[in-house]
Design a protein around this ligand. Structure first.
Ligand SMILES: C[S@@+](CC[C@H](N)C(=O)[O-])C[C@H]1O[C@@H](n2cnc3c(N)ncnc32)[C@H](O)[C@@H]1O
Length: 457
């Protein structure tokens, strides 16, 4: 999937009339309901209109459970998809006056205008008008009537809520609440450019205050387009969530410098695109310290690794291949360290991808867990005795995290679990609110397990 850090719901500079933005937002919602990813749905919007539409769209996706519940109360029969998407768009934006981006009556007026001006919804314009005017009159009663429905209350599918209750009985409510917040923009400073305090000062000089996170990160107090960041095009920094910034140090710390005879460490990044963690491994190791292979099954996505590395002035051996089938791409020499950032449900990065919860099916978890187990089984033989494999996913579900590793350890007696973060739950705000796993403040949900291969007896 796309790099989670690519997306920021930062309102744009140019804004077309609100009715047009609502139309485009509803089109994106209809596409997502049809199975298109949020990234693709918003990329289909013209570039000058995209920031505003994406900002509205993210808000709609965060409150879609509530909007759909309200729509069911307002209309017994589901209207045609285009009209339903527009109705739900307006309801998601207007249901809570505290969070509404415009006055609710303005949103209603403009949604009706949007319905009238689109030939695909014109026939339902008076129906949309009637539903939304009734919503304005009876808002408090309608909202109260939906309050007891978990999907309306938490804005996640029912199965997701149940799964979180089971997986994180103490923290499920906090995780769901965090999922519905807007994630901050977090950067990783490239040490080849300079020290973190120097980059923080450069940002501050341009009016962007920030706070340090993780070992080399900065959390911006106000998001900015990446091209406006000082030195971005020249590789001064990368956009990467604080939890994702743990991967490279976890894998390399203790190994760097301890390698045999000063030879570079042989490192494999097995699921590498778009290359965020590949680049961090190279930055952390410094020139010549590691010999890195970045493997990616998707040829088109592998180009993004090349682009990431070129911008940062780094280099690796980028290989298109399937990690489950090493004979096709492996030279037979064991690796000192392998990063397995496995494909997963992405249930930990819902703040940055609010569409994910609506696109996933519960059966995806099992399917992805099977893929992850196959990747682990295929890559473990490639680790040298005494070497390491770091398994990670951006998922909060235990089947893709702790349960996966428990099963792996039960079947691989030569594997030992080194001290690892385990499940990091997504959290918004700088202050830890008692989610015990978290020590970083504000970050996405991740799972990390660092495995060491025991030398043969
Ligand atoms: C979670 S993303 C990796 C993100 C990346 N590590 C980063 O930090 O920028 C998972 C990647 O694994 C790739 N992938 C999935 N199955 C694979 C396989 N069997 N072999 C190699 N790559 C695979 C996907 O195409 C996707 O690009």
């Amino acid at each position: 999937m796309a790099d989670p850090s690519d997306i920021h719901d930062d309102p744009g500079h140019f804004a077309p009339p609100l009715w047009r933005q609502l139309q485009l937002t509803a089109v994106a919602l209809a596409a997502i309901r049809g199975g298109v990813s949020g990234t693709a749905a918003f990329e289909a919007v013209a570039p000058d209109q995209r920031p505003g539409v994406q900002s509205l769209g993210f808000q709609v996706l965060r409150w879609l459970g509530r909007a759909e519940a309200l729509r069911r109360h307002l209309a017994k029969r589901t209207p045609p998809p285009a009209a339903d998407a527009l109705l739900c768009t307006a309801l998601a934006l207007a249901w809570d006056p505290q969070r509404a981006p415009y006055e609710p009556f303005t949103l209603v007026d403009q949604a009706v205008e949007a319905a009238k001006r689109n030939p695909g919804t014109r026939a339902q314009a008076s129906f949309v008008n009637a539903c939304l005017r009734r919503f304005l009159r009876e808002r408090d009663e309608l909202v109260a009537a939906t309050e007891r429905e978990p999907v309306a209350q938490w804005n996640h599918p029912r199965w997701w809520i149940e799964r979180l209750k089971r997986d994180h009985p103490r923290d499920w409510q906090r995780v769901l609440a965090a999922d519905n917040t807007q994630a901050p923009m977090t950067l990783r400073v490239n040490p080849a450019w300079g020290e973190r305090p120097a980059y923080q000062a450069a940002l501050a000089a341009e009016g962007t205050p920030s706070v340090p996170v993780a070992a080399s990160g900065l959390q911006l107090l106000r998001a900015r387009p990446v091209q406006a960041l000082p030195g971005f095009a020249e590789g001064a920094c990368s956009v990467q969530d604080a939890a994702a910034q743990l991967a490279a140090p976890l894998l390399l710390e203790g190994l760097l410098g301890a390698a045999s005879g000063g030879a570079p460490l042989r490192v494999l990044d097995a699921c590498a695109a778009p290359g965020g963690k590949t680049a961090h491994l190279l930055e952390l190791a410094g020139p010549g310290a590691i010999e890195l292979t970045a493997l990616e099954v998707d040829a088109a996505r592998s180009l993004r690794i090349e682009q990431t590395l070129a911008r940062l002035g780094l280099s690796a051996r980028v290989v298109v291949g399937d990690a489950v089938r090493p004979p096709a791409w492996w030279d037979g020499r064991p690796f000192d360290a392998i990063l397995l950032d496995a494909p997963c449900t992405a249930s930990g990065i819902v703040r940055r991808h609010p569409d994910v919860r609506w696109l996933r099916r519960e059966s995806d978890i099992q399917q992805l867990a099977l893929q992850q187990a196959m990747l682990l089984a295929a890559l473990w033989p490639l680790v040298r005795p005494g070497g390491r494999l770091l398994y990670c996913t951006c998922s909060v579900f235990r089947e893709e995290g702790a349960h996966q590793i428990d099963a792996f350890l039960a079947h691989n007696t030569d594997a030992a679990l080194l001290p690892s973060p385990g499940h990091l739950l997504p959290q918004s705000g700088r202050i830890a609110h008692g989610v015990q796993d978290n020590a970083l403040g504000d970050h996405d949900g991740f799972f990390y397990a660092l495995l060491e291969k025991q030398p043969p007896h």
